[in-house]
Write a protein that binds this ligand. Structure first.
Ligand SMILES: NC(=O)c1ccc[n+]([C@@H]2O[C@H](COP(=O)([O-])OP(=O)(O)OC[C@H]3O[C@@H](n4cnc5c(N)ncnc54)[C@H](O)[C@@H]3O)[C@@H](O)[C@H]2O)c1
Ligand SMILES: N[C@@H](CCO)C(=O)O
Ligand code: NA
Length: 336
């Protein structure tokens, strides 16, 4: 199966690393998953026989520009690669823009028009025009998967759509941002100051390209909009979310909360049609009290009753895990 990776930052490189590591596994159980093009803001590397993924990662890490890939690098836009390079699937992992959804929205719609399936981790277009994307995928008869867009490696979207199929999801409450959970945990457990904890999160490759999206709760807001629309049948946008971030939370506030048997977490919740993101007091022994980059989601359903999932919500390899599972789903759907 031939793949184009659009965006070659923390997640794009994570996908390349995982596809390289899992090469034998994939050939034995499915077929060769070849990356025939990789793009970033500088241009692209294109090889219809499949790029050398370790070389691509090395070029990006050394020169920050994938167009410097030897012989196969060129100055060409992602749109032209999507239009002109033969491939089965586009993996869209450019930065999430929560105002316009671009450039991802155009990349995704252009992929559909060119009969390419899409797997994305990008929250922008999903939070701003979910219905339009689903309708366009149907119109061009292509598969559109986005497990990585909420909770990273933590199974949540496909879990609700597949394993909990038939259930009515009555409410969802959880921690859906790894960066803020990492910062709150480091402040609480190690007394680290906010800026140092944020710097560490950036070094881990878990923060957004613009980390204010994490800190101000907008990343979590985008995710609960995606959940509301994709697994609860709503039609919401990010403007429907009441959002508060964690800027005001201090190590002292966490210490005081601990003294009373609580911690403080950035909670996103969807209940009775309302979408809210705010720091909340959480009992120390609550299933919501997960640490560092972990995410957690508590579903209330009509048949299965309460279901709680925990997993790593961010990180290049962890997020690539969700992208790989969506790629395998597409393989199983088109090649069998
Ligand atoms: N980092 C995580 O843990 C994580 C987890 C889940 C989802 N995501 C989402 O995955 C996406 C990528 O995140 P990241 O951490 O890799 O970001 P990043 O900033 O590390 O990388 C973004 C990449 O996109 C490229 N890019 C920017 N504009 C482009 C364009 N027009 N065409 C092609 N490439 C372009 C940049 O050159 C860079 O290579 C984001 O939407 C993010 O919200 C990230
Ligand atoms: N910056 C996001 C990445 C995962 O969407 C987080 O910290 O959870
Ligand atoms: Na997920």
């Amino acid at each position: 199966m031939d793949i184009i990776i659009v965006g070659f930052g923390a997640i794009g490189k994570g996908v390349a690393k995982v596809l390289h590591e899992k090469k034998e596994y994939l050939e034995k159980n499915y077929e060769e998953f070849r990356v025939v093009a990789i793009t970033d803001s500088s241009g692209a590397a294109v090889d219809e026989n499949g790029l050398d993924l370790l070389k691509a990662i090395e070029v990006k890490e050394k020169t920050r520009k994938i167009k410097n890939y030897p012989e196969k690098g060129k100055e060409i836009s992602s749109i032209d690669v999507i239009r002109n390079v033969e491939a089965d699937v586009v993996v869209e992992v450019t930065p999430s823009n929560l105002e316009t959804g671009e450039p991802a929205k155009t990349h995704i719609l252009e992929s559909f028009k060119n009969k390419k399936h899409v797997v994305t981790a990008n929250k922008g277009p999903l939070a701003l025009c979910y219905k339009e994307l689903i309708e366009e995928a149907k119109k061009y008869n292509v598969i559109f998967r986005h497990e990585a867009s909420v909770g990273g490696a933590m199974p949540i979207i496909n879990l609700a759509k597949e394993t909990l199929a038939g259930n009515k999801i009555l409410s969802i409450k959880g921690i859906l941002n790894g960066t803020t959970n990492y910062i709150l945990t480091k402040m609480e457990k190690e007394g680290l100051d906010f800026e140092t904890a944020l710097k560490e999160a950036k070094e881990l490759g878990i923060a957004e390209t613009d980390p204010t999206q994490d800190i101000e709760g907008l990343d979590t807001a985008a995710k609960i909009v995606i959940l509301a629309n994709s697994i609860m049948g709503m039609n919401k946008t990010i403007k429907d979310v009441k959002v508060k971030g964690i800027k005001r939370i201090t190590p002292e506030a966490l210490f005081l909360a601990n003294k009373r048997g609580y911690t403080i977490k950035l909670i996103g919740q969807i209940k009775d049609g309302y979408l809210i993101v705010e720091p909340m007091l959480v009992p120390i022994d609550s299933p919501l009290n997960v640490k560092r980059t972990l995410n957690v989601a508590m579903f209330e359903t009509d048949l299965a009753k309460e279901v709680v999932v925990v997993g790593r919500g961010a990180g290049p390899i962890e997020t690539a895990s969700a992208i790989l599972s969506d790629l395998i789903h597409i393989y199983n759907s088109i090649k069998k």
